[in-house]
Design a protein around this ligand. Structure first.
Ligand code: HEM
Length: 549
């Protein structure tokens, strides 16, 4: 092969040997050290350009120098890829004994592609059914379908840090959600905690009441000629308006229910969440993507939040911003952190609740027995939506409580909650897992497993949450519910979200006779649920809703 190249063989040999050695050394280095994707691209481009320059300097023509540099780069990258593949498949790899799809053991790009389908939740569940409790989902990642794994990974004091899947490309590190180290994250969480105290929640729930009343008006206004209403969009707009007001108080002018979404704030934010979720499987690619013109998309919500925060800074109020700005005591966050955290507040509370509510409504409306039982329970306590004055009391209504938890069980938007095994490794459900391995417990697999929820784990049956359950063989294991996660990084809005869902479902039920249109394709709706830390609905939910009085 060398004789066909227009290069003196000693140079070709020199370059290939150097590239080979560099490839071996770099593989050894990268096995223990992190690298940034964009830096790697710049490094390779720099070495390639320097080799071209060196060739020209040594008297070769440009074409020969480019060939020489390209061959060198190919040998360098080829060596690294070959060594990585050999190591990942060899018995020397710490995850060698764990089963999983063959190609997943070689490259994390398979997971990236799989996550981008929006069906990670179902695919992972299928893998656990095929391979068992521990599944090797990537070269260095394990999915562990086990209630025993939840404590060591998420809940204990020694629980693990978040993985690089949370590293937001090249964004300045910071922000509650994106702080991967527990100690740094703890400090930031303190700034937030007051916003969700029992006292603050009372004020926040008033916003839910007001916005849900507005949603009812919008539903009436947006009823189509055939009587149907597109609930996916209305719920998305409701959730964004609500969270923006909770975050910025009355200074928020995110009014999607009133004005629509001409600048695609809600879609842009959802797309950004999807990109974060997908590229989180290959953080080095995220570094590269961050520098591309398309990265504008990531910032639509942040730009909106920055503008609103600039206005909000000039006033005071009882909103989430008041805690981040240090108005209620505590330290004020720096400007960059304020912008990131306020954008995150809107995304964290809107897509999650909106997606869950949409899926909950679908299941509730399609089963008339479930629907009628809930209606009976609510009618026995209230004669109109206006009579509901305390969202907390609603959680004492057993059927409503079961309805909300079934919605959370089947509608959870988080596919995985990846964490890194700390130095020295850790015992997880009887297995010693070495340090630096990325582990996660898959929420949907756990929440729909017959071992934890029986009978009929795939069915929406609110009774399973009541004391008598679905009969003597009922098993409902709250510990298997990962929808809000556990421990240091768990959902701060959990108590609020539960009240919000109870209140909204109760108000809609008391306001309307609701149903799913006869010709609505229910299977298409289910097939179109795409979960990527946010829930996209490829086939929007349509319902009918006639005022009851
Ligand atoms: C059904 C609704 C919701 C679900 C299922 C949900 C679920 C979650 C989960 C699983 C996490 C942890 C994610 C991870 O570790 O990757 C999380 C974090 C968080 N959620 Fe929620 N959430 C919901 C609603 C809300 C609401 C309404 C708010 C605010 C009002 C909120 C605020 C937060 C915050 C601030 C965090 C970050 C906590 C931290 O990093 O310390 N969530 N949520």
């Amino acid at each position: 092969m060398a004789s066909t190249l227009p290069l003196p063989s000693f140079n070709l040999e020199g370059v290939t040997n150097t590239a080979l050695v560099a490839g071996v050394l770099n593989t050894l280095y990268l096995n223990k050290n992190e690298y940034r994707g964009d830096t790697a691209v710049v490094f390779c481009a720099g070495v390639w350009a320097a080799t071209v320059g060196g060739g020209i300097y040594n008297g070769f023509d440009t074409k020969s120098s480019i060939s020489l540099a390209s061959i060198g780069l190919a040998v360098y990258l080829g060596t690294m890829i070959a060594l990585a593949v050999a190591y990942r498949l060899s018995p020397l790899h710490p995850l060698h004994k764990y089963p999983g799809p063959f190609v997943n053991k070689i490259t994390s790009l398979v997971m990236l592609k799989m996550v981008s389908t929006g069906k990670r939740f179902e695919i992972i569940k299928g893998w656990h059914a095929k391979y068992g409790k521990f599944v090797r989902t990537g070269p260095n990642t394990l999915s562990i379908a086990s209630v025993e794994a939840v404590h060591p990974i998420y809940a204990e004091r020694s629980a693990f840090d978040k993985s690089n899947a949370y590293r937001p490309g090249r964004a300045p590190v910071g922000g509650l959600f994106f702080s991967t180290k527990k100690d740094i994250h703890n400090l930031r969480r303190k700034a937030w905690a007051g916003a969700f105290s029992a006292k603050s929640i009372v004020g926040l729930i008033e916003v839910v009441e007001k916005r849900t009343d507005q949603m009812i008006q919008v539903m009436d206004r947006n009823r189509q000629k055939d009587g149907s209403i597109d609930m996916s969009e209305i719920i998305r707009f409701w959730a964004y308006d609500l969270m923006a007001e909770m975050t910025f108080g009355p200074t928020s002018d995110v009014e999607l229910m009133a004005k629509g979404d001409p600048t695609d704030v809600s879609e842009g934010a959802q797309n950004a969440t999807v990109v974060f979720e997908v590229l989180g499987e290959a953080p080095s690619l995220f570094d590269i993507a961050w520098n591309l013109p398309a990265a504008k998309e990531f910032h639509i919500l942040e730009d909106t939040a920055t503008k609103l925060m600039d206005i909000r800074k000039n006033t005071t109020g009882d909103d989430i911003a008041s805690y981040l700005l240090g108005e209620k005591g505590g330290e004020r966050l720096g400007d960059e952190d304020l912008n990131i955290d306020s954008a995150f507040a809107i995304a964290a509370g809107s897509d999650t609740t909106g997606g869950t509510l949409t899926i909950l409504l679908f299941y509730l409306l399609r089963d008339r027995t479930v629907y009628n039982k809930l209606r009976e329970e609510l009618d026995a306590h209230y004669s109109s939506p206006e009579e509901i004055v305390d969202g907390k009391v609603l959680q004492e209504l057993p059927y409503l409580y079961g309805t909300v938890w079934e919605g959370l069980r089947l509608g959870t938007p988080f596919g995985g909650l990846p964490r890194v095994v700390p130095q020295g490794g850790a015992m997880i459900d009887g297995d010693f897992i070495p340090e630096d391995i990325i582990v996660s417990v898959p929420p949907y697999t756990q929440q729909t497993d017959e071992a934890h929820f029986r009978p009929r784990p795939m069915e929406f049956l609110p009774e399973r949450w009541s004391p008598n359950g679905l009969g003597p063989d009922t098993h409902t294991d709250m510990k298997a519910m990962l929808c809000f996660s556990y421990g240091a990084f768990s959902c701060l809005g959990r108590i609020f979200a539960l009240q919000e869902l109870h209140l909204t479902v109760a108000k809609l039920m008391l306001q309307y006779d609701m149903d799913i249109p006869k010709d609505y394709d229910q299977q298409k709706f289910l097939d179109g649920i795409l979960n990527m830390r946010t829930t996209l609905f490829a086939h929007p939910l349509k319902i009918t809703a006639t005022p009851r009085r």
